[in-house]
Design a protein around this ligand. Structure first.
Ligand code: GTP
Ligand code: MG
Length: 302
């Protein structure tokens, strides 16, 4: 026994917000490792992902969630919303993330959900690095503080790490007392296989135009650790033959570039040489099928 459980604090902290506000960037930054994909495109995150931060006698279990969309069209987006709302209900503390200077209808929708769940919330005003004159942000912060009885309102930049400390301190102040839920060494609940899928999907989303991203999913099908090198076989699933053509590109160039980018990230992340083989397959309508979503690891069995 090292620390014991007496006097320890531990809690589930859900990162909730509109698509693209920087939830995953914040989780990765707080954990200090790239656990999940970040892209400029909305709806990047498709799962509930835990990022675990243990400091001294306190453990913060961050729950990264898919961005909540007030008008989810396709089944896959309805499932993403459900995943996020469930995390909101499960959380001890909610970090409601918005962009500095922007509060849209979608943010209002989420604030209503936080109110109905009755969970205590910290408002995180992210991307303050984009506002050169910080004083200009004050009226925005005041307006937000008037709207709801937040535990705290914390402006920060997940990208640069500016005032991350402010959030860590507020969380430390409000985490409930209790034993650690995870081993202090553990950083995530997700295996390396999941991180490989995320890095491949990130490379894909960053390189594809608007038409394909939401129709793409990635599944690792083979993983073999050999001396000095790990062989990974991954399947890229799309919905239409035309999308398969785009992902592969002329003479296979696009797929090659995606593979190179993903391999590089993975080698850095896992600290060993990787041999990555990518295959593209058409599975018509997967984003509208419950069974396919489960098989692709998007709808999680509860
Ligand atoms: N300038 C700036 N950009 C940021 C900051 N945090 C995140 N971003 C950018 O915002 C975009 C979205 O970031 P993500 O972390 O993927 O956002 P998300 O909320 O997880 O998005 P979904 O998973 O789609 O819901 C990326 O291009 C990030 O680089 C920040 O503090 N400042
Ligand atoms: Mg995300």
């Amino acid at each position: 026994m090292t620390a014991g459980t007496q006097g320890t604090h531990c809690g589930l902290v859900a990162l909730i917000g509109r698509p693209n506000v920087g939830k995953t960037t914040l989780m990765n930054r707080m954990v200090g490792e790239k656990l999940a994909a970040i892209t400029r495109k909305p709806h990047t995150t498709r799962n509930r992902i835990l990022g675990i931060v243990t400091e001294g006698r306190s453990q913060t279990v961050l729950i990264d969630t898919p961005g909540i969309d007030p008008e989810p069209g396709r089944l896959v987006n309805q499932v993403l919303n459900r995943t996020a709302v469930q995390a909101l209900v499960d959380a001890d503390i909610v970090c409601f993330i918005v962009e500095a200077g922007r509060f849209e209808a979608g943010d209002g929708f989420i604030l209503d959900a936080i109110r109905s769940a009755g969970r205590p919330a910290i408002l995180v005003v992210n991307k303050v690095d984009r506002i050169p004159d910080k004083k200009a942000l004050l009226p925005f912060l005041e307006a937000r503080a008037q709207e709801h009885d937040y535990l705290a309102v914390v402006p920060l930049s997940a990208k640069t790490g500016g005032n991350l400390r402010g959030l860590v301190e507020e969380l430390g102040r409000h985490l409930p007392e209790g034993p650690f839920l995870y081993d202090p060494e553990q950083l995530s609940d997700r295996p390396e296989r999941f991180r490989a899928e995320e890095m491949i999907r990130e490379a894909l989303l960053e390189r594809l135009g608007q038409e394909v991203p939401y129709s793409v999913a990635v599944r690792v099908e083979g993983w073999e650790d050999r001396p000095g090198i790990t062989h990974i076989d991954a399947l890229i699933v799309v919905e239409r033959p035309s999308q398969k053509g785009i992902v592969i590109g002329k003479g296979g160039q696009m797929l090659k570039r995606i593979g190179q980018a993903a391999r590089q990230q993975l080698e850095e992340l896992l600290g060993r040489r990787i041999m990555l083989r990518l295959t593209v397959r058409v599975e018509a309508g997967w984003s509208q099928s419950n069974r396919a979503l489960r098989e692709l690891g998007i709808e999680e069995p509860r």
